[in-house]
Structure formats: structure tokens, C-alpha cells
Unconditional design. Structure first.
Ligand SMILES: [Zn+2]
Length: 227
């Protein structure tokens, strides 16, 4: 395995761990929702899940930024550092760091729509307790998928932004991983700055549950795309 591949694999593993961590933190909070009183319990559930997703978004951005710098320096040890630092949400002095208002709103809307609103829409009057449990499980899964998308998109968008603004980067490679769906496998590959804006942006977006990452390309374009 090349050193590039090792760095990239490590980075992908780090991002997958962030997604897993978010899921494990969200799981117990789902119990705050009472299936018989969704309207009355949604607010307290949202209040609890929001900071978990916010932390995930910031952490995946921070890890993406750190990887970018390390990977860049490995390819171009002579180059001046980019000098772009993202806040570490787990750092000592960053208790107050939160994403911008837009992101916070999007978290709330997406969670509400894929969680309690989805459950309410699919509730039937004659459901057995087992039916309700199953429906609640599906609602949890849906809202978690949405959370993973937001957290992982944060890393992908950060990476695309850095690539765009860094003269040393030629583009990025999208990597799906072994358990990815067919759509994601098909999206794997190289996206260059010389591609259309539409294609360049499209390559950095993921669907619910998507754990694909993108990594910058410095110099030799074929390396990452072979895998
Ligand atoms: Zn994916």
C-alpha cells in the first residue's frame, strides 16, 4: 500500500468513526419521543439532538481540514501552509463554537421531517404496539440517515472548498468504500477543477447514510482513481 493510500484510508476511517459516534449518541435520545404524543415531545427531542449533530458537523469539518493540510504537505513539503484552521469542537477553548444559523435551521427542519413528522404521517389508527415499535424504529433510522448525510457533507463540502481555493490542488477523488450502495460506487472517481461547476459540486454531495469521502488531488491524477 502506498503512503498516499494509507493516509486516505485512515482519513476515511476517521470520518466513518465520526458518523458512528453521532449515531450512537442519537440512539438513546430517540426515546424522548413519545409515539402517542409526538407533537408534545418533538421540541424536547429536537433540543437534544441538535447539539449532537452540530458537534458532528464541526468535527467532520475539523478532521477534513487537518487531513487536507497533512496530505498537502506530504505532496508539497516546500509549499507554504494554507493557514486555514477550523475550530476543534472537542478542544478545550471551543465550548462556544456552533455552526452558522443556516446550518442550525437545516438540522432542525431535516430532523423533524425525517423523524417525528415521518412517523406521524405513517401512523395508522389501529396499530398494535409491535407496529408502533417498528414504525418508530424506521423513523429513527430515517432521521439518523439524514444526520449522517449532514455530518459527512460537512467534510465533503469543506474539502471541495479547500480544493477550489488552493492553487496546488487539481481536483478531488471521491471514494465510496466497500459497503457503499451502487449509486455511490458509480460516483467514485476523479473530479477536476477543469470540469464544469455543476459536475464539480455534484461530486461532493451525498445522500442519506452516505459515508463517501473526497480527498484532494495534488499532481499525479491517476493514483486514487485506480482503486
Ligand atoms: Zn456514498
Amino acid at each position: 500500500m502506498s503512503w498516499q493510500q494509507a493516509l486516505v484510508d485512515n482519513y476515511h476511517a476517521d470520518q466513518r468513526a465520526i458518523a458512528r459516534r453521532v449515531v450512537s449518541e442519537l440512539a438513546p435520545l430517540w426515546n424522548l419521543l413519545d409515539p402517542h404524543d409526538l407533537k408534545g415531545t418533538t421540541a424536547q427531542w429536537l433540543k437534544a439532538v441538535r447539539p449532537v449533530i452540530e458537534r458532528g458537523i464541526l468535527l467532520s469539518q475539523y478532521v477534513a481540514g487537518e487531513f487536507y493540510q497533512r496530505y498537502r504537505t506530504a505532496h508539497h513539503p516546500e509549499a507554504e501552509p494554507l493557514g486555514i484552521d477550523f475550530p476543534d469542537p472537542l478542544g478545550v477553548f471551543t465550548d462556544q463554537v456552533i455552526p452558522d444559523r443556516d446550518t442550525r435551521l437545516r438540522i432542525m427542519v431535516a430532523q423533524k421531517v425525517t423523524g417525528p413528522v415521518w412517523v406521524a404521517k405513517h401512523s395508522l389508527p389501529d396499530m398494535t404496539p409491535d407496529d408502533i415499535n417498528e414504525l418508530m424504529y424506521k423513523g429513527f433510522s430515517k432521521s439518523t440517515g439524514s444526520a449522517i448525510r449532514m455530518v459527512m457533507n460537512s467534510a465533503r463540502h469543506t474539502m471541495a472548498l479547500l480544493v477550489e481555493s488552493d492553487p496546488l490542488a487539481k481536483g478531488y477523488a471521491r471514494i465510496a468504500g466497500q459497503t457503499a450502495c451502487g449509486d455511490c460506487k458509480a460516483k467514485e472517481g476523479v473530479y477536476l477543477k477543469t470540469d464544469s461547476d455543476r459536475k464539480f459540486d455534484w461530486g461532493s454531495v451525498g445522500h442519506d447514510f452516505c459515508r463517501c469521502v473526497i480527498v484532494p488531488i495534488f499532481g499525479e491524477i491517476s493514483t486514487e482513481s485506480d482503486n
